[in-house]
Design a protein around this ligand. Sequence first.
Ligand code: F7E
Length: 329
Amino acid sequence: MKKKAFITGIAGQDGSYLSELLLEKDYEVYGIVRRNSITEHQRNRLTHLDNKIELSYGDLIDKSSLDNVLKKIKPDEIYNLGAQSHVRVSFEIPSFTFQTNALGVFNILESMREFSPKAKFYQASSSEMFGRSVDEDGCQRETTKFEPTSPYGCAKVFGYNLTKHYRKAYKMFAVNGILFNHESKRRGSNFVTTKVVKTAVRIKNKLENELVLGNLDSSRDWGHSSDYVNAMHLIISQDLPVDYVVSTGETRTVRDLCNYVFLKLDLDLKKYLKTSEKFMRPEELPYLKGDSSKIRNELKWSPKYSFEDLIDEMINFWQENYNNENLNY
Ligand code: F7E
């Protein structure tokens, strides 16, 4: 019998790559999407998978919608990727962020405990949980303490702890992947990688004349989403639930990212780059660099994409699509 996977956040970047991976592995793939006033914007990343996956309306905030789906599907694996995933936006809508990213985890774990207790559960935990905390060697790893610097990070710490709690208290297979930033051509336009690449390509094509950013000095460890969904699947496929950090181990500043992209496009960054308070955060997470030795050693995971491969792929994609009005992410 085919394995069944249920994905919250299936319409997002990771949800779409994970669906592709699981279909390749011959899973039946199910997911929920939230109701949105512009229907056609919701499934943009999934149109190529039409008829191969089964979608229904649902919301992490609405436990009855999760109960109904779990009762019906009885999945073998549950991937909780649904979230209000934008850190700066979490300062503007903190309550919604807590309801979705923290209470949402509670809702799905409770629903699973009631209707699908034998399923395996993967929680999308985040390097944003580390906040200001860095080990002496300049890395964050599974043992690094959490000092979150945003409503998003605080909510993710709640979800992380709850996942561990359900594992211990109810002996459920509930596991955390602590993923550092991961990007791709399907990354939303208000995250910094896509914003820089897309704007630079539009400047090159004379459609825009400036790039306005917030903090240029923060450092991030950027990997590729397709490598990271492989890690999710490896983590959930183990016999025992063990939490892992997933990262490249390299860090660059936002300024380094801009330099790379503008140089590739033969543009003079100084002429176009501006900063604005609008894109600053009330509290910034200044530095992320993940040590992923544990997953590399124990599960033999390693990323296929280098930073340059990732950004080059994004540049090529946006060069082909900078004018495509049907692409709404
Ligand atoms: O910002 C700086 C910004 O929004 C990266 C999410 O997937 O990864 C992501 O969160 C950095 C920050 O990602 C702009 O201040 C400067 O230091 O691309 P981002 P993020 O906040 O790191 C973690 C692991 C997650 O879990 C999240 O869900 O870039 N930055 N200027 C800017 N960022 C944005 N978005 N826009 C700017 O104009």
